[in-house]
Every structure is written in structure tokens, then in C-alpha cells.
Design a protein around this ligand. Structure first.
Ligand SMILES: NC(=O)c1ccc[n+]([C@@H]2O[C@H](COP(=O)([O-])OP(=O)(O)OC[C@H]3O[C@@H](n4cnc5c(N)ncnc54)[C@H](OP(=O)(O)O)[C@@H]3O)[C@@H](O)[C@H]2O)c1
Length: 269
């Protein structure tokens, strides 16, 4: 898709990766609909972007039915007024680094809701208001394809999002709507606590710059890449884990003592 002058709706716009996606797409002359919970943060982001007046804001808490409905009503109204929306980027997400046994049930439900149910609901609504041709890009994670200790329910939610994206892409074949999936590895944002960042450093895991991730998001949209895994060697491990998981399990087993130490640290905090 040629991004120039296209109107794209971005959730989680004020987050570490979201704000960079907004900056990169605005620099490429896209017009953005920025979605977030905090109006003043959204306004500050809008003012920081190239051509601020070409962007719109929707204040919505996606974890509530009202938040989802607000997006739907606003986009339907634009459609009625003849304002096309060419794409949806489902980027909002959250996680919690903790053992399953230490999690509160509500924290598990909220995480799965935001990471999986919310993008599914937004995709369903978007089929009503997106113009054609259109792109939907779901932001996943390396952990959608590699089960990792401390992230059981995050892995589950992103694995669900990956399979959903694949199924919907196939379901919509020939309709003019494509569903893309991009999976970052560890990225330098506040999604990761100080303990998680330290753990990644201890394990020698690469941590990507959110601007670089945002540039890959834009490339994905331009090239209409259906599935993209970011980072080497993670993208290799993703493939190996699907076909022959034993080496991946063995590599993670070697890390388990360190991971356990950091899980205890995270739980004490
Ligand atoms: N950082 C990483 O290491 C990493 C790695 C792989 C994949 N990812 C994925 O990349 C995406 C962006 O993550 P990030 O690193 O940019 O995280 P982040 O900095 O924590 O930003 C997360 C965004 O999600 C939004 N959000 C959280 N709860 C919400 C809710 N109830 N309603 C509406 N929005 C809500 C936040 O909105 P507010 O601004 O309103 O708080 C924030 O903008 C996520 O899907 C994440 O799973 C991240």
C-alpha cells in the first residue's frame, strides 16, 4: 500500500512502539487516527507529529465495551461523511512477567482480553468501516511462537492473535482486505520492567530500538507482508520451534535458573 495520504487507525498510539509508529507514518504523509486512554498524552503526540492538523484523536479505554463502541461509532460516522479509512493497526497490548501461580485471575483475564479479544473485536468492526482495498496489521510477539517461562498467558494471547490473523487473512481472500501480522522481539519500552530488561541483558538477548521496529511496521504496510518476525536469531528459533521444538526447549532449560531468579525478584517487588 502506498502510505501517502492514507488514513490509518493506530491503537496504543502513546506507547513506546506506538508513538514511533505514529512518527514514522506521519513522516511518510499518512493521516493518523490516534487511539489512547489519555487525552493530554494523545494531544501532545499529535502536536509532535509531522502535519499535526491531518491527524485525529479517539480517547478510548479498549478494555471496556464503551471504548470499543466509541471507536466503532466514530469510524462509522466518518464513513457516512465519505471520509475513507484505509487501515487498522492493532498495537495496544500489555503483559506481566510472573509465574502463573502468582497471578491474580483478573490480571490474566485483562491481559488476554486486551491482547486477543480487543483486536478481534476491532477487526470485526473495521470490516464495516474500512474502505477497500484496506490493510489490518496486528502487532504480535516472538512469544506467539515460542512458549517462554514467566510469560505463559502473554504467549497464549499472542499465539491466539497470530492464528486469528492467519485465519482472517484467508477468510477475507479476494475481498480487498488483507490481514498482516508483525512480531517484534524484546524492544526498549516501558512494557518491560527494569527487572525484565536486566534479565534480557543477563541472557544476552538483543533489545530493539522502538524506532527501528516502527520502520519495520511501515515496510510491512508498504510491501503488504503477511507475516514478519523481527530479529535474528529469534526468527530462526520461531521456525525451529514449530518443526522440532527440542533444541529450543533445551536452550530455554539452560536459562531457567536465571529466569527463576528474576521471577522471584519481580514477585517480591
Ligand atoms: N516492548 C516489547 O518488548 C515488545 C515485544 C514484542 C511485542 N510487543 C508488542 O508491541 C505492542 C506495543 O508495546 P509497547 O512496547 O509499545 O508497550 P507500551 O509502551 O507499554 O505501550 C502499550 C500501549 O498499549 C496501550 N494500552 C494498554 N492498556 C490499554 C487499554 N486498556 N486501553 C487502551 N490502550 C491500552 C497503552 O495505552 P496508554 O497510552 O493509554 O497507556 C500503550 O499505548 C504490544 O502489543 C506489545 O505486546 C512489545
Amino acid at each position: 500500500m502506498d502510505i501517502n495520504n492514507k488514513r490509518l487507525l493506530l491503537t496504543g498510539a502513546c506507547g513506546g512502539i506506538g508513538a514511533e509508529i505514529a512518527a514514522v507514518l506521519a513522516d511518510a504523509s499518512a493521516s493518523l487516527i490516534l487511539v489512547g486512554r489519555n487525552e493530554s498524552k494523545l494531544r501532545a503526540l499529535q502536536l509532535s507529529l509531522n502535519q499535526p492538523d491531518s491527524h485525529h484523536l479517539i480517547v478510548a479505554d479498549l478494555s471496556t465495551p464503551q471504548g470499543i463502541e466509541t471507536i466503532h461509532q466514530t469510524c462509522q460516522q466518518w464513513k457516512r461523511e465519505g471520509t475513507p479509512i484505509h487501515g487498522l493497526i492493532n498495537n495496544a497490548g500489555s503483559n506481566c512477567f510472573a509465574s502463573l501461580s502468582q497471578r491474580e485471575p483478573a490480571s490474566i483475564s485483562n491481559e488476554i482480553h486486551l491482547n486477543l479479544t480487543v483486536p478481534v473485536l476491532l477487526c470485526q468492526q473495521a470490516l464495516n468501516w474500512l474502505s477497500r482495498p484496506a490493510l489490518i496489521l496486528n502487532i504480535g510477539s516472538t512469544f506467539s511462537a515460542i512458549g517462554y517461562p514467566g510469560y505463559t498467558t502473554y504467549c497464549a494471547s499472542k499465539a491466539g492473535l497470530q492464528r486469528f490473523s492467519e485465519a482472517l487473512h484467508r477468510e477475507l481472500d479476494g475481498t480487498g482486505v488483507q490481514v498482516l501480522y508483525l512480531a517484534p522481539r524484546a524492544t526498549d519500552t516501558t512494557l518491560n520492567s527494569a527487572a525484565v530488561t536486566e534479565l534480557n541483558q543477563q541472557l544476552g538477548n538483543q533489545i530493539d530500538d522502538p524506532r527501528w521496529v516502527a520502520e519495520q511496521v511501515m515496510q510491512c504496510l508498504i510491501k503488504e507482508t503477511q507475516v514478519r518476525w523481527l530479529g535474528w536469531p529469534e526468527k530462526l528459533w520461531v521456525r525451529v520451534n514449530q518443526i522440532f521444538p527440542a533444541p529450543v526447549a533445551s536452550a530455554i532449560r539452560k536459562q531457567s535458573k536465571t529466569i527463576r531468579q528474576y521471577l522471584i525478584k519481580a514477585e517480591v517487588i
